[in-house]
Design a protein. Structure first.
Length: 307
């Protein structure tokens, strides 16, 4: 890990930090990220899957030389998985060893087995133990996958940046972590939590911005191929699919086509590689039945007219 860097001091500097890490952001995102850093407020990012919400936290941690601590949310996530738990196996061994020695001091034994030595720090507790000037980036990813009970628990964490371990007492952050929360909006997050955050909707990028992303992430892709891929995906997002492709899929598709030494799209190549772009059979079948050829013809015509 490199030496931690101070937070950007302006919107332009924030935009430069993101661009320097090959994250192509618009000014609105750079603005809310800058304000989040200046105000020490969590940043709540909402949007469809695959638009780059998680990547923002990764880029920020890398650019600022901070640890990235990720809490991947899922249904049934509880305190022991998210905050801390005790190493029960090691505690039992310690108890047996003390009992075998014959010197059993109940009070001393309890103090010993419930010490930091046997504490397993999960992401929340890890995020609260950063030093001043080196607070980690704490990514709470896909919060909408958890239940409301865990969401309520987070309110205390985000309000006071502290957590109580009954056997040890209250552990408070020396410096609050940089908190990024993402959600794919599969359910609504409670207003009480949103009020503690700054909010930004991460939308699909424009064609120009997506082309810049592809060129940065897949620099070996042929120029014509990159343009055709981006225009094709942009048009796909305009039709009624079960799951339209995100930016991550666009990058993967461009990378896969480059691995196949393709320099332009054709119907056969689209049919052979569509599984990189679309992940539901009904969507793939629709493209294979003629929708893909129609879109490709439109893309070719537009690019020819622009030349």
């Amino acid at each position: 890990m490199t030496e931690p860097l101070p937070a950007p001091q302006s919107i332009d500097e924030t935009l430069a930090v993101l661009t320097g890490a090959d994250y192509v952001a618009d000014r609105a995102l750079a603005t809310v990220l800058f304000l989040s850093l200046r105000m020490n407020r969590p940043l709540f990012l909402e949007g469809e899957a695959g638009v780059g919400k998680t990547e923002i936290a990764k880029v920020l941690a890398s650019a600022l030389g901070r640890r990235l601590i990720r809490l991947q949310c899922y249904e049934g996530l509880d305190v022991s998985s998210a905050v801390y738990e005790w190493n029960y196996a090691a505690q039992m061994i310690e108890i047996r060893m003390e009992e075998a020695s014959g010197a059993v001091d109940r009070q001393g034994m309890e103090k010993n087995v419930f010490s930091e030595k046997y504490l397993i720090r999960r992401p929340v507790l890890e995020a609260l133990t950063g030093k001043a000037g080196a607070a980690p980036v704490f990514l709470i990813d896909e919060l909408d996958r958890t239940d409301e009970a865990f969401e309520a628990f987070l309110l205390e964490i985000l309000s006071d940046y502290q957590v109580t371990v009954p056997e040890l007492g209250t552990i408070k952050a020396e410096e609050p972590p940089i908190v990024i929360i993402t959600t794919n909006r599969t359910r609504e997050i409670h207003d009480a939590l949103k009020r503690r955050c700054l909010y930004h909707w991460v939308d699909y990028p424009t064609a120009e911005r997506e082309l810049e992303i592809v060129r940065r992430k897949v620099p070996d892709a042929a120029s014509k191929l990159s343009e055709e891929v981006v225009r094709f995906v942009q048009k796909l997002r305009q039709i009624d699919l079960f799951k339209v492709p995100g930016v991550a899929e666009t990058i993967d598709w461009a990378g896969a086509l480059t691995e196949l030494d393709k320099i332009a799209l054709d119907p056969e190549t689209i049919s052979d590689t569509i599984g990189v772009l679309l992940k539901y059979q009904d969507d793939i079948a629709r493209i294979d039945k003629g929708e893909g050829r129609r879109i490709l013809n439109e893309v070719k015509a537009e690019l020819s007219a622009a030349e």
